[in-house]
Design a protein around this ligand. Sequence first.
Ligand code: ATP
Ligand code: MG
Length: 423
Amino acid sequence: MSAIDYDIRPTTADAEDAPGTGDIENMRPLPRISVHAFCESEQLHQVMDRCANDRRMSKVNLRITGGSTAAAANMFASTPTPNLIILETRANPQNLLAELAPLAAVCDPTTKVVIVGHHNDIGLYRELIRNGISEYIVQPVTMTDIMAAMAAIFVDPEAEPIGRSVAFIGAKGGVGASTIAHNCAFGISNLFSVETILADLDLPYGTANIDFDQDPAQGIAEAVFAPERLDEVFLDRLLTKCSQHLSLLAAPSMLDRAYDFEGQAFQPVLDVLQRSAPVTVLDMPHLWTEWTRSVLSSVDEVVICAAPDLANLRNAKNMLDALRKLRPNDKAPHLILNQVGMPKRPEIGPSEFCEPLETDPIAIIPFDINLFGNAANSGRMISETDPKSPIAETFSQISHIVTGRVALKKAKKGGLLGLLKRK
Ligand SMILES: Nc1ncnc2c1ncn2[C@@H]1O[C@H](COP(=O)(O)OP(=O)(O)OP(=O)(O)O)[C@@H](O)[C@H]1O
Ligand SMILES: [Mg+2]
């Protein structure tokens, strides 16, 4: 097919451009990504082990297993794909794309793939890159090759920012926006094994610390009041671990000072969050100020939570209209109806509520005082206290929708190499 004699590893000129190539001492640490390496050879296994012990990998959730494409396709048929798959294969250039098809069929579109191959073939390299593979490197690979490939995807300043941000805000006070934000942040981190940061932007009254039974000494106040010190290392010190993949940037929830902010005050925090973790969930207070408008304008997804009464309807309508204007080139905010069916409360029915808003709710959550009260009082999430309840399933669905995750069943149907395309 094509010439086999080209050397497709980076040239010296490329190496100077790519951070860390040939010189990982200067490489910035990798962010909180999940990586799964499938090694056919013992040699790659050893290289990956060396990577795992490097300090720049300390935040990376790395799994190394034996096997190749078939093993990967098999595994990800039933579990979500990580941020990056490193896949060693001995397949011939002619067969490689066909061999990848079953994996492509189960691969989330956001997952990056690096192939470690045994054929130095420029035609194959170009074809793989065209099909959305991030990098193809040829054996024998070194630790530097692997680290440089990861850095080019996730650390390079030119690389797409890894973080997706989702803000939850109430159409009125007390409608459950924080409760929903916390359950979804937990759901996203748990369901997809993806590192998630929950930032509580309700500085005076935030409840994320209570809901996760945490008592952190510092958190978001340090970040927002010291933007000149703020980088990934400083952010790390402000985070509190809530569960395996969920960290909290907690509100002080104290009234020892006033919390007035300039319009752009939260932008440095949002920037560093976006560079640090694949998903950030923002718990917004029920406010409409310069700074809340600016945060809501910059996030990837906005979710408006509303209870079914007239004041919520009026406010939700105003918020949707204002946010559609502020974000003309983005998807409209999502709507969640919460606390529906509270005993003895006259309510506006869901279809009547949604008709003037010209949007369908992504979820309708019933009022359930026992379920929410128990979870809140025990400092745990609904999927922990009542994993079988329909409301736990609703939080799982919301977690899929707001992160743009294709449900696994759909991914399998949609299939084939189209899913590997990133462009
Ligand atoms: N579907 C529900 N059924 C019963 N109780 C609920 C439901 N959703 C939330 N709650 C309860 O409502 C109360 C208010 O919730 P939460 O603090 O999440 O609202 P909020 O919109 O963030 O309020 P704030 O305006 O203070 O930020 C909490 O006690 C919570 O447990
Ligand atoms: Mg709240």
